[in-house]
Write a protein of this length. Sequence first.
Length: 439
Amino acid sequence: MIKRVLIIKNKLPLVNKNYEPGQEQDSVTSLGELQPIIDSIANKVAIGQMNEEIIGNSKFTCNQIESILFVINSDSNEAGVKEIFMSELTSLFFAVFPLDYVNSWQGNDVSVFKGFDSKLDQLRSSFENRIMTKPGSRRVLDTLSVMELPQRFQKTALVILDAKIASFEEVIEKSGSSPQETVANIQEILNAGFLYTTKMGNKVFYSVKSFSEAVAATTAPVAPVTTTSTIPTAPLQTTTSTVPTTVPGVEVKKRDIEKGNMPFIIKQIKRDLDKVFDAIINRKLLLIILDPETDKNQVLLNMILDTIQCFAPERELRIVMYTKDFIHPRDADIIRVERDLLQFYSNEVVLDLDNKKIINGHSSIYLHDIINQMTKLKHNECVSLLINRVTLIEKIAQDWAKIKKLNLPSEDFVSNIRAKHSPTMLEIMEKVAFNAFMD
């Protein structure tokens, strides 16, 4: 988890955003108990240099660009902070506030930078919910393996090899190829079994190694702390016996789909219910907003949860019935939250039962067609239809995942799916394979 982001000029924080749940937000210009650590880090980082240090169970990633110091405080095992998040953070900040402007800025009133917080929230949420290729599932791209590729792909491969990690836009810029040519080249390199991908929102990064597992950073000493610090300085000890299987408040169970009411929810939510279906079948977090005063006995909530279970009839779902605290998207499948907490979940699908609408999410033509077929069915008929369709989708997605993992010929399989089912099945097949079966 990204715990805190600091952007500092001349020891004055221009941006100081704390994301640790349960902790009060310091004033923008105050670093609180982090001050001695940040001072120590600032003394070590040279202009144009990027460093990572692990202190207790926290990792500090730092980048000094002229007069500006960027500091990201994350969990010690968080992956891709240096390679991805830092690069995106600096690019985003200077896109909003040009480097010349920040260098020449003087004064103590940092309110001019306050508007960056919302963009930072979106960036962090996108990073926290990134989709990454699993380590060990692809071939290593090195100089020798580049030479195995057809010559027309080698330039693109060498650009990524030199950069170690590059976005699609960076590959175009450095290779000088057209977007169409770059898309084709990258796809061929991927088909050959090379490259790892990391997807943040609509942006994809290509790399020679996976960033789904953190690489150990250097553990460095810090200057003596003159105040009592809550950050442990002892090395992180990992013992499986003390790690809970679920976070507090998460109930793991399979709901009773017979107690659901699909016709009711279809009538209540007249549009975009396929986005809820898409989130559940792709193992993405679904947030529910429902005023406790309008459902004091949780009758409506339980009926809605039983209905949503129909989108995953054979799975146990991790459900939080109600919380006023932030829970990480990776730790649950469905969370009923306070509306105020939505600021921390900028990309997740929200089922707003108070306003009878869906917020965020991705539409699927195939899933939308299934929802449309259920509009005139009774609940038990909806259940039968969904059991059959979900079983079919997951079976095809599992087969597709095996083909991708083993790098087997795929043309016949794709043609068969297109002919037997529908071209729209291909999209949901690809997504479910990647999100559910590409371990």
